[in-house]
Design a protein around this ligand. Structure first.
Ligand code: HEM
Ligand SMILES: *[C@@H]1O[C@H](CO)[C@@H](O)[C@H](O)[C@H]1NC(C)=O
Ligand SMILES: *[C@@H]1O[C@H](CO)[C@@H](O)[C@H](O)[C@H]1NC(C)=O
Length: 472
């Protein structure tokens, strides 16, 4: 049933793509442009190179093309003509210096699920104003007060894993990063609201990567309905907050206090869309990086020893009290910081991002045509031997020297760069602190490999067992 619908959808898209392909090729022939398109093969439209992409590791797929064509090449992906950019310089053009010529682009189905007013779908004034606000609520000054609450989330998660048998690390890390997202957005939130948000959000999450069919009973339709309920819950929380007239510094407080130059405030949909947007941007990203960190530490006992020594020294200076960890201490964890950076590079969980050219743009004599998708390939840059020696080796000490500009972009770059990067790093530091000082773990099963969902995570979400150190 589901696969029949997908097949029908695919063949429709194929026909449409074929049509637009023919039109496009015609247009190009009629066009008078002197600049030429970048090299590359377009494959068959729609099916295009998508099949090749999904039948092999995407970094290998792009790396092979890069070897053949260089830093800029064209291809067809998911029904769209695309220009791929595999150099720091070209990424900088698209994300920073000429960012106004490249707008964010997401499938409509995903936009409706998160909420069309979420900042990452926008550019220009609306984006800039909202971004400033989100950035300020996630700035180091704003999140330094969260260290002990994040610590409590981490310890309670770790304790619950230690008392069960095998857990899926990624699934459990998602629960923890959701809690931290809630902390950053609402500060303290009543348990019954948190519970309702969690339940309904997990339905949205479950439909996000499913086929966007609005037939009743499909995961996508269920997700849309749960998204409506989320708006309702958020409106109740907002009403309550307004009655209390408190001036909190958390994200909700910032969104409620917002006024633009004309004195206009944000409406309830705009607030809800941005809250769900931040929850969405915060959860799977942080959880997959955390999962990779656990894998890399487990695979590198010497490194785990060094990280443990660094964290034990802090733990001892806090008289082994869990609640004493401070923001200042998290700024002074050089070994752990390098492990996090190297994990961000190796795992490159955001392998690339999408933009769309809003005008014809010329780059080094090549035409990037208006309407084409443009993809800066972060992962290929992070895995290039030109910028990182022995790129396939997990080696945190490489970060003793800062990477060259625009060669290390785990949080993106330019006008849409991740405003949550400090919070994500803080969460990882605090989690690692409590993990290595009080727990040990063992990865279960020897199945290597990567699973895409859509972020890369270790196979099966890294099944593992945890113990409290003192009980062994
Ligand atoms: C390790 C974890 C994370 C990684 C690797 C990550 C990575 C990224 C990247 C690469 C972008 C830019 C996407 C693009 O240019 O198209 C981005 C944007 C964004 N991230 Fe993160 N992120 C992480 C955690 C978080 C957290 C914890 C939050 C919030 C609490 C967050 C909120 C956002 C938002 C709101 C945007 C959109 C910004 C805009 O469009 O102006 N992220 N993130
Ligand atoms: C979702 O939200 C509604 C409130 O709109 C609530 O009654 C319900 O219990 C929540 N949970 C689920 C699983 O739908
Ligand atoms: C640890 O204990 C010592 C001696 O009792 C005390 O002087 C010190 O302030 C304590 N440190 C912390 C961080 O609580």
């Amino acid at each position: 049933m589901e696969s029949g619908a997908i097949l029908l959808y695919l063949s429709l898209c194929f026909l449409l793509a074929l049509l637009s392909y023919i039109l496009l090729v015609r247009n190009k022939r009629d066009g008078k442009e002197k600049t030429k398109l970048p090299p590359g093969s377009m494959g068959w439209p729609y099916i295009g190179e998508t099949l090749h992409l999904y039948s092999q590791d995407p970094s290998v797929f792009f790396a092979n093309k890069q070897k053949r064509y260089g830093e800029i090449f064209k291809t067809y992906l998911l029904g769209c003509p695309c220009i791929m950019l595999a150099s720091p310089e070209a990424s900088r053009l698209v994300l920073t210096t000429q960012a106004h010529l490249f707008k964010p682009t997401y499938p409509k189905s995903k936009e409706s699920l998160i909420g069309p007013s979420a900042l990452f779908f926008h550019q220009g004034d609306y984006h800039a104003r909202l971004r400033k606000l989100v950035q300020s609520s996630l700035s180091p000054e704003a999140i330094r007060n969260l260290v002990s609450s994040i610590g409590a989330v981490a310890i309670s998660a770790l304790d619950s894993w230690a008392s069960t048998h095998v857990i899926r690390t990624f699934t459990e890390m998602k629960k923890a990063s959701f809690e931290v997202g809630i902390l950053a957005i609402f500060g303290h939130l009543e348990t019954h609201y948190k519970h309702e948000l969690k339940k309904n959000y997990s339905i949205v999450d479950g439909g996000y990567n499913s086929f966007p069919s609005k037939l009743p009973g499909t995961p996508y339709k269920k997700a849309l309905l749960a998204r409506k309920r989320l708006s309702k819950i958020l409106n109740e929380i907002i009403c309550e907050r307004k009655e209390k007239m408190t001036h909190e510094k958390d994200l909700l407080g910032c969104l409620l206090n917002f006024k633009d130059d004309k004195g206009e405030i944000l409406n309830e949909d705009q607030i809800a869309d941005n809250i769900i947007g931040v929850l969405f941007a915060a959860q799977d990203t942080t959880a997959s990086v955390m999962t990779w960190i656990l894998k890399y530490l487990y695979d590198n006992p010497k490194l785990l020893e060094m990280v443990t020594a660094e964290q034990m020294a802090i733990h001892m200076s806090n008289n082994e009290s869990d609640s004493q960890l401070t923001w200042v201490q998290t700024r002074n964890m050089p070994v752990t910081h390098k492990v996090i950076s190297e994990t961000l590079r190796m795992a490159s969980i955001i392998s690339f991002t999408f933009r769309e050219a809003v005008a014809d743009v010329e780059y080094k004599g090549y035409l990037i045509p208006k309407g084409w998708k443009v993809l800066p390939l972060f992962r290929n840059i992070h895995h290039s031997a030109e910028f990182f020696t022995s790129p396939q080796e997990f080696n945190p000490s490489r970060f003793e020297n800062p990477p060259k500009p625009n060669t290390f972009m785990p949080f993106g770059s330019g006008v849409h760069a991740c405003p949550g990067n400090e919070l994500a790093k803080l969460e990882m530091l605090v989690m690692i602190h409590h993990l290595v000082t009080k727990f040990r773990w063992e990865v279960v099963g020897s199945e290597a490999g990567i699973q895409y969902g859509p972020f890369p995570v270790p196979m099966h979400g890294l099944p593992a067992r945890f113990w409290r150190k003192s009980t062994i």
